[in-house]
Design a protein around this ligand. Structure first.
Ligand SMILES: [Zn+2]
Ligand SMILES: [Zn+2]
Length: 350
């Protein structure tokens, strides 16, 4: 296929809730490091919802107008003159975090915390479109037998896989608080990685049902049952060895920490909107708890683990992928994703 080609594209244009328009745009010419991708599936991320809803965080971090979307599965149509390792016809997914490769964090093999990290979502690329032009450094080849649907969730699924790999879950009792897509992926990963019991907590009925469908042994509504008591009961009096918070809610974090057995670990994957007070003497020091924050995936270790777990069939994600829309029904898709009555919502470009 030769340039120029035109594509439908969702663009966030106005600084208010919604404010997204679908345009027909000509793609920029293919540079030497660029890849032309036909997008087949693209998933709505929590970040997209912040931008769609235009909250304070989005207003601080984004300049408009900007094409939307960064989670995609697609196929390569053409490559720039200097691209190697990616060929037309290959299936790809987006690596949404682009590390510089030479700063101290990168050299310490911590590319996910690269000091010059670039985010796909801020580069003006977008993938809520039929076609997109993306630097090869922001793409990863996926196996030919991986469905585009699975390719589109490699990034958020990887966050769940990493959360579940950050402490050893084998034969131990896990608690996951917050059953949005990342929490649900974490539950699936905890199951695949051999947790003895998986307990899940969320306020939404719909999400607790999804948690159960993914293999959570017990689901808790923390508004109805206090977390510490409910987890003790759910584990036959043993308690929680590893708690993983994907809610970013202060109360959930405090209650998860006090639900831990001595020597347990609390993994923090959800971002609280402000400071959270913890009783360090009682809950961390005396009980020798480990508190570990995680921010994104290990590049590329988590990706490879996620790919292997998915292809093995051990990582069960199907129940999370609840809704799929054609691109022109984007308003419906965003509203549903915002409502909480959904798992992962995606666009199907055919
Ligand atoms: Zn994302
Ligand atoms: Zn770097």
């Amino acid at each position: 296929m030769t340039h120029p080609i035109t594509t439908r594209m969702l663009v966030k244009e106005w600084q208010r809730h919604g404010g997204v328009a679908m345009h027909q745009r000509e793609l920029r010419p293919l540079g030497p490091q660029d890849v032309l991708v036909r997008v087949r599936r693209a998933a709505i991320c929590g970040t997209d919802l912040h931008v769609y809803g235009w909250n304070d965080w989005a207003a601080r971090n984004y300049r408009l107008p900007i094409p939307m979307g960064h989670e995609m599965g697609g196929e390569v149509l053409a490559i720039g003159a200097q691209v190697s390792g990616i060929e037309p016809g290959m299936r790809i997914s987006a690596e949404t975090h682009i590390a510089c490769g030479h700063c101290r964090q990168c050299r310490a093999n911590r590319r996910h915390t690269c000091l010059n990290l670039k985010l796909f979502s801020k580069q003006g690329l977008g993938c809520f479109s039929d076609y997109t032009v993306v630097p090869a450094s922001a793409l990863r080849r996926v196996p030919d037998d991986m469905p585009f649907r699975d390719a589109s969730i490699m990034e958020p699924l990887g966050v769940g896989v990493r959360a579940a790999m950050e402490a050893d879950l084998r034969g131990r009792n896990a608690l996951v608080t917050g059953c949005g897509p990342i929490g649900l992926f974490t539950i699936a990963a905890a199951r695949a990685l051999g947790a003895a019991r998986v307990v899940a907590a969320d306020l939404h009925d719909y999400r607790r049902e999804l948690a159960r469908a993914l293999g959570a042994d017990t689901v808790i509504n923390p508004e109805v049952e206090p977390l510490a008591e409910a987890t003790l009961q759910a584990t036959g009096g043993e308690g929680i060895d590893v708690a993983i918070d994907c809610a970013g809610n202060g109360r959930a974090i405090q209650d998860s920490l006090s639900s831990l057995v001595p020597g347990g670990a609390l993994i923090l994957a959800g971002l609280p909107s402000g400071p959270v007070a913890l009783d360090l003497a009682k809950d961390v020091i005396v009980r020798e708890a480990r508190v570990q924050g995680i921010f994104g995936r290990l590049i590329d270790e988590t990706w490879l683990a996620t790919e292997s777990l998915l292809r093995s069939g051990r990582l069960k994600v199907e129940p999370v992928l609840t809704h799929s829309f054609p691109l022109d029904r984007f308003e419906e898709a965003f509203e549903l994703a915002e409502s909480g009555a959904s798992g992962k919502v995606m666009f199907d470009m055919g």
